[in-house]
Design a protein around this ligand. Structure first.
Ligand SMILES: [Zn+2]
Length: 164
């Protein structure tokens, strides 16, 4: 068995089911947080095909990713849990002006569900800050999120001052 992880994007290796609409291949994007964010999953797969090592995702994070995504239970049986998922970093401005920095699974939710179900470790490739910005199709990037957060904080300060 080769330890190469270069075949991650090779969909032919997956155990597809012709009757399952979720097994169909095609260009993929992932929407997150009520579609505030949209990611280019195809580009993300290309980026992580560079030979980097996947890391094991904490079981709590696997569960969170599965719980917050729509999972098609039939499709869970069609995916190969040995293929790592992909995690991207996001920046999000809160209404009070706090800039949140977090990460989110953008690819492999059904594989995560499968690992959770079968008590298997789930591994993910993690995108760098710069790579995470590159795959962002929609939603604030780091600089925009910072600007929005700054503006919200200033506005919040003005309101506090006006109240006195
Ligand atoms: Zn399927």
């Amino acid at each position: 068995m080769s330890k190469s992880t270069k075949k991650v994007g090779d969909k032919k290796k997956r155990r597809k089911n012709p009757d399952c609409p979720h097994c169909r291949t095609g260009s993929e994007t992932f929407r997150y947080s009520k579609s505030v964010f949209k990611f280019d999953v195809d580009l993300a797969r290309e980026i992580v095909g560079d030979g980097r090592e996947p890391i094991e995702l904490h079981p709590d994070d696997v569960k969170h990713s599965v719980d917050t995504t729509r999972i098609y239970s039939d499709h869970v049986q069609h995916v190969d849990p040995q293929y790592p998922g992909i995690v991207a970093q996001i920046w999000y401005p809160e209404p009070n002006g706090t800039l949140l920095h977090g990460d989110t699974l953008i690819d492999g939710h059904h594989r995560a569900a499968r690992c959770l179900q079968d008590s298997l470790p789930y591994r993910v490739y993690v995108l760098t800050e710069e790579e995470s910005q590159r795959i962002l199709i929609k939603g604030p990037d780091k600089a925009e999120a910072q600007q929005i957060a700054d503006a919200a904080r200033e506005h919040h300060q003005e309101e506090l001052t006006a109240a006195h």
